[in-house]
Write a new protein. Sequence first.
Length: 456
Amino acid sequence: FFFKQKTAYEISLGLVGSEMCIRDSMGIIKNLILKDSMKCISFLFVFLSAIELSYAQPFEECHGQVNTNGTLKWKYNKADQVEHGTKYLLTNGTEQYTITLLNLTGTAYEQGYAMGKLIKAEIKFTTVEIYEYAVHFLEKFISFLPEFIVKAIGAFVKTFARELNNICYFLRRKNIPQHFIDEMQGIADATGIDYMEIARINMIPEMLKAFCTLVSIWGPASKGEHVLLLRGLDWDPHAPMTKHPVITFYHHTGSYSFANIGFAGLIGSLVAMSANQIGIGEQLWGGTDGSRMSFTGEPWHFVLRDVAQFSKDIKDSISILWKAKRTCNIHLMLSSGKDRLGYGVFYSSNVLIFYDDKNYTRHKTFPGTIAFPYHGNKCIENILEKHQNHEVDVEVLYKMVTPLHESGDTINVAMDLTTQVIYFAYAEYPTGFVAYKRPHFELKMKPFFTGETDDS
């Protein structure tokens, strides 16, 4: 019941014993570390390697790494204003990560003229450097030849590339809607660049197309049943166009507001979002039995822009695609926040097939998902399977799907069509550091669609 109180002597003996125990233990640990240091280092290396492997490859057949960068929520700043156009910049103060935002109003010609005034230098750079880039790209493969032959071939290639784009344009000219012609003329008049130079660079997407990743998420697959669209553009992160990324907001008289996510001087849609919550993007397709290409229709990226510009809902989008005089074999991903669904589309001059989560069989689908991956493996299937049942959000798309799949090297865009917010990155110029590994911007599109920007 009673505890005996220890004397100071007994306490001191206890402390001496404890000190001896601690000293002896530390000696043993020190000897172990000195004796087996190489074993410890080897174990640590194996342990850290295992952690890295589990982090880099959390899903079967995925060979990339999760993008762990924070999301950039920088404020845009007004940089310039002309009649019918305002220029904003998203920047951290360096050329390596500056995004231009254009807000254009008026007729097609007025918008083209405003664009030309606001980004004159950027458009001139693109019209010149794209052909120099083609020459330098070729010269890498023929550098073993004498220099004078390399230079002669380079000069021929530059001329040949320009003529190919000329042919492409003139074959399609009668099927290009007049508002595109007017806008390109406005750009030409404002910049002093010959109209055909503007027309030629706008045939490049039609000539080259691009390998990409497309994913649509809706309903039972997404958090809050939001409608999401992912477009990872895989082209060439070193291309000169990547120096001047531009997001252009159009407010055309007689149509709906929409935005192109692209590059300086290109007026067609590589990927687009509209104020009516329509999202659309493209992927190169080799075609299927019976599909054909045509050289005399409307360029595919102009058709995609028509969809964004003139669609009130997804029924309008489908109607525009059916009525278009189509040219190339491509895949599309078409999604609608208002209609709460998405379609994958096989698109060619004579074939137009719409797929959803029930009738698409080339890749495994889940309720509320459809994907056209860049690589022909099961990486994206495995990610979406893990995150089905209301677990997919935009972060899953741009931080996991494209980085793990290693797609979206030139542009990577994840759209939340329901909230009208995009998360995007461009490749770094001139290093070519790929977009899907870079920090992504968050941009709220609705203020631009409604005219409620911070400076309005």
